[in-house]
Design a protein around this ligand. Sequence first.
Ligand code: EPZ
Length: 432
Amino acid sequence: MEQYVIKGGRPLKGEVVISGAKNSALGILAAAVLSEEPVCIKNLPDIRDINVLLHAMENIGAVIERLDAHTVKIYSKNVHPMAVDDEYIRKIRGSYYLIGALLGRFKKTQVVLPGGCNIGSRPIDQHIKGFEALGAKVAIQHGMVIAEAPELSGSHIYLDIVSVGATINIMLAACLAEGQTILENAAKEPHIVDVANFLNSMGANIKGAGTDVIKINGVKKLHGSTYSIIPDQIEAGTFMLAAAATRGDIIIHNVIPKHLEAISAKLVEIGATVDEMDDAVHVVAPERLGHTHVKTLPYPGFPTDMQPQITTLLALSEGTSIVTESIYESRFKYVDELSRMGASIKVEGNTAIVDGVNRITGATLCASDLRAGAALVIAGLVAEGFTVVEQIEFIERGYENFEGKLKALGACIEKVDSGDERALHKFKLKVG
Ligand code: EPZ
């Protein structure tokens, strides 16, 4: 196990380059198994979740050729439809995209379901609703999803809840079905559009991705493709808020500013400046930042995956802010950790009342999930003294070289083995 040790108090300054989008890449990698022809995927983030999914795909017969840390060639000719229980598939939620892809290609599949999550129960009833509407029989037995259909036929599906995963999984299952599928109340996140663009580059016929009505006209076969993943809007947003929290001045390269609008708007509301360029944003924060109200919503609303980060920023801004989490039922667990640093946040149900404070002090903290972990690192960058963030494997699931990118922006942060007191002491001596 490893941990981050951070000495707070230094504003982030300089430039950082954003990696490919984790939540696009998971859907796109799974989609690659829909074709028997080779597929080349570029701008993959070099993170744990992606590497786990690639291993899981190898375990069902895909041949993965790594051209470099961010580029893979995938040969799926010999893939078989039974993604049975293996250590990799159960580790990440994104593996459930293999259900839609394998069902779409083979009309049958068996995939082990991922375990629970620290941010709330994450059912897949809407995924199953879509598969059944296409003609599949779906059962959940012994922790596996078993789906089979004599054939898959287009259908008119109305999602009861806006679901990123269900939207992507149904697109995967429908693109080789007979006839047209209309998916209503679809999610509109940038990664939905990215997966649809990738599928269309393979010969699929999908229209309307990015709106709440997606039309998928089934085709006979999908051919190979070369495709580059879009930049990760959540990684970019995390660096934007880290810059603001540390009262820094950074330029964030390889972004699509449009995808960041909800985050930029909130930063401007509290007094930061955000200058948008073609593929970069420049964030500058003054000493005094104000308060605001935030409610997480499906895209283009404020992303739930940025909720822990903005709550941390507002804990260090003037005045009282309200943060409402409308997507998950328990995504405020990290607040207890911030309170141990001196933050003043009261959680009532799915709302956090954030009274800004002038200072917080370093402590030993425990990351409970990916985005909460990133928020605790942001708190450590600002806190007086030293902060240790444990269980950073959560953070490394979704952030490529997080401490390296922060260090390049002037942060005093090091990754050390948990319990390696000598390394901890050495870092403290080095930074003084
Ligand atoms: C994706 O999860 C992301 N993960 C999540 O990011 C993100 O928080 C979420 O979308 C919302 O944007 C990946 O893409 C791998 P949903 P997903 O289906 O698809 C409920 C991160 O930090 N729901 O849009 O699982 C669900 O419980 C992760 O990168 C059902 O009730 O999210 C949740 O309350 C965390 N039934 C809401 O809908 C279903 O069948 C939104 O979930 C599906 C979802």
